[in-house]
Design a protein around this ligand. Structure first.
Ligand SMILES: C[S@@+](CC[C@H](N)C(=O)[O-])C[C@H]1O[C@@H](n2cnc3c(N)ncnc32)[C@H](O)[C@@H]1O
Length: 354
């Protein structure tokens, strides 16, 4: 047997302890979000378990253990000798501030949805078949929407659209926009709120997502300028869009090449396609070892690859396809100009034109 390097083993066990601590924190943290415990700590802290019980009407013994668990996680701050707890401003950005770029409730929901979908994806490993979007876990699609929303709030209008050549003045004047693979519609609504002279249609093949998107539009009073349609990307019939957007979804489609060719036909000759995809290096070797790729490869195994394999063609690009591969697909689809317009910590933003 190969000799064990004790230092390497200890380092790996230490890392596993940290990882498993994170995994064990998923249910307690989600309970905290759902029961408003982080909000209560933020609004009333520093508090004891008894104070928190008074503010929330929840059972003190559970709250005491939860407070210590979250303090052990480092998600809340403890004065342990006084058994008093509060949120630091940085902790509040992650657990309380819904529009902060690092608000993570959706990420915890997504972790839980991936665990819920485990059996169906495991069956896919045996059969080679896919798992339909929305079929693997009860509310995977809500969790995905919530996961991406904080990033979109802070990037789509302030950073990504301005990175496209001449698009903001066009949207201000009045443009027609298709947001394909829009899910529950947060991206569509953010753009519609920012550009009141433009018209937006969100498309997604998943009916329950479109129902939620319509409910969100109605709640924001945007029903006039925003509509949502349940249709696969390649079946969109309306044409002459100034802008097509796709947020974190081309790689989920069964036939990204066919979808790209279809988008080419949907745009006006001087229109642009803003393709937002997960940030990734071109070589898998360069992706290993960074925490963002780690998240994406795991999500890709549980969500993106099964979703694509469940559709026609089943290309299964995966969530770490990289710019070179995506650019080649866009060129093959007839786009002569493709460039990386900008990027963020989690996404690259490609601009494609005829
Ligand atoms: C990871 S989610 C992203 C959703 C949304 N754009 C967002 O960022 O929150 C991928 C989306 O692509 C949609 N999708 C996958 N394949 C599709 C297809 N062939 N046609 C239309 N929508 C598709 C799914 O229904 C899902 O809403």
């Amino acid at each position: 047997m190969t000799a064990i390097d004790t230092d390497r083993l200890n380092a790996l066990v230490g890392k596993m302890l940290g990882d498993l601590g994170g995994a064990f924190s998923v249910p307690t943290t989600r309970i905290g979000f759902r029961l408003g415990l982080f909000d209560a700590l933020h609004n009333h802290g520093p508090v004891s378990a008894a104070d928190l019980a008074q503010h929330t009407g929840l059972a003190e013994r559970y709250l005491r253990e939860w407070l210590l668990a979250q303090a052990a996680n480092g998600y809340i701050t403890a004065d342990a000798s006084a058994m008093c707890f509060h949120l630091s401003p940085e902790q509040a950005m992650i657990f309380v501030a819904r529009d902060s770029p690092v608000y993570l409730e959706g990420a915890f929901d997504l972790a839980a949805a991936m665990i819920e979908g485990e059996a169906k994806v495991e069956a896919g490993f045996r059969s080679g078949e896919g798992v339909q979007w929305g079929d693997s876990a009860g509310c995977l699609f809500c969790a995905v929407g919530a996961f991406f929303r904080p990033g979109y709030v802070n990037a789509i209008v302030p950073a990504w659209l301005p990175a496209l050549g001449g698009m903001v003045p066009r949207l201000e004047a009045g443009a027609r926009v298709a947001d394909i693979g829009c899910g529950v519609g947060f991206s569509t609504l953010l753009m519609a709120q920012a550009f009141p002279n433009s018209h937006f249609t969100g498309y997604d093949f998943h009916g329950p997502s479109i129902e939620q998107a319509n409910a969100h539009a109605a709640a924001h009073g945007l029903g006039e300028r925003v509509r949502f349609e349940a249709v696969p990307a390649k079946a969109i019939a309306t044409r002459d869009f100034d802008l097509v957007t796709m947020f974190d979804c081309l790689h989920d489609m069964g036939d990204p090449r066919g979808c790209a060719a279809h988008v080419h036909g949907l745009l006006k000759p001087d229109g642009a396609w803003m393709l937002v995809e997960p940030i990734a290096a071109d070589s898998a070797a360069d992706n290993l070892g960074n925490p963002v790729s780690r998240i994406y490869y795991n999500a890709s195994t549980m969500i993106c690859v099964p979703t694509s394999l469940a559709q026609e063609v089943g290309t299964a690009l995966g969530a770490q396809a990289g710019e070179a591969q995506l650019t080649a697909i866009l060129h093959d689809a007839g786009f002569s100009q493709v460039r990386r317009a900008t990027e963020g910590p989690f996404n690259m933003v490609l601009e494609a034109r005829h």
